[in-house]
Design a protein around this ligand. Sequence first.
Ligand SMILES: [Ca+2]
Ligand SMILES: [Ca+2]
Ligand SMILES: [Ca+2]
Length: 138
Amino acid sequence: MKILILSIACLVLAASGAQAASRTPGAALDKADADHDGYVTREEFKASRAAQFVRLDRNGDGVATLSEFPRLAKSNRPKAQTLKAVIQYADHDGDGRVTRAEFIDGPSPLFDRADRDHDGRLSRGEVTAIRNQLESLK
Ligand SMILES: [Ca+2]
Ligand SMILES: [Ca+2]
Ligand SMILES: [Ca+2]
């Protein structure tokens, strides 16, 4: 459950970066379907994580740390907590820094959970189902 919540946190953070898009995690998943064929593949999911990483790595050195968000790091607002949770979750070796590889190639529990028939891609139905699940958690 903890992992699922953190995945949601990741998606919410991504969605909040995309101002115009709707802020629901489901919308972030929808957006991941880059070629609009109705399926989100693992590659498309990874690409969407790469786009999220660009927003986290503010100084563009390939590593995301809390110190890149000095104001948020000191605050306790929900957005700050989300950011801390995302960094903690993605930091696999626990050195307090999230590298590009850690963030993008790390496990994707949300994808695994959503891919009910394990064919390696999320159909519209699978996206809708996980979105309903996520929304019922709010
Ligand atoms: Ca697609
Ligand atoms: Ca690390
Ligand atoms: Ca599937």
